[in-house]
Design a protein around this ligand. Structure first.
Ligand code: ZN
Length: 87
């Protein structure tokens, strides 16, 4: 098991629900979100945590396909890392 993975989470009638996968990337977890209000939560070494700044940018990019998010991402992620994610 990887020490870092992501899962899709959303709320339903006040309950926090999540998918059962261990997504390797934020983007694949976003693809798994069941409702519009979904979110992605990171699990690092078995501990749930909020997305960090870089992961948050990936989340916005994957969820909204936002050009602004894309350009923001480019300021701190090298193109050689980013391009495979975007294509
Ligand atoms: Zn999933």
């Amino acid at each position: 098991m990887s020490s870092l993975y992501y899962f899709a989470a959303w709320t339903d009638s006040g309950c926090l629900l999540g998918c059962d996968h261990q997504h390797a990337t934020v983007i694949s977890a976003v693809a798994c979100i069941a409702t519009c209000g979904g979110y992605v939560i990171a699990v690092e070494k078995g501990v749930l945590r909020e997305l960090n700044y870089r992961e948050e940018a990936e989340f916005k990019l994957a969820k909204y396909g936002d050009e602004k998010a894309k350009s923001a991402l480019r300021t701190f992620v090298p193109n050689k890392v980013l391009d495979p994610l975007l294509n």
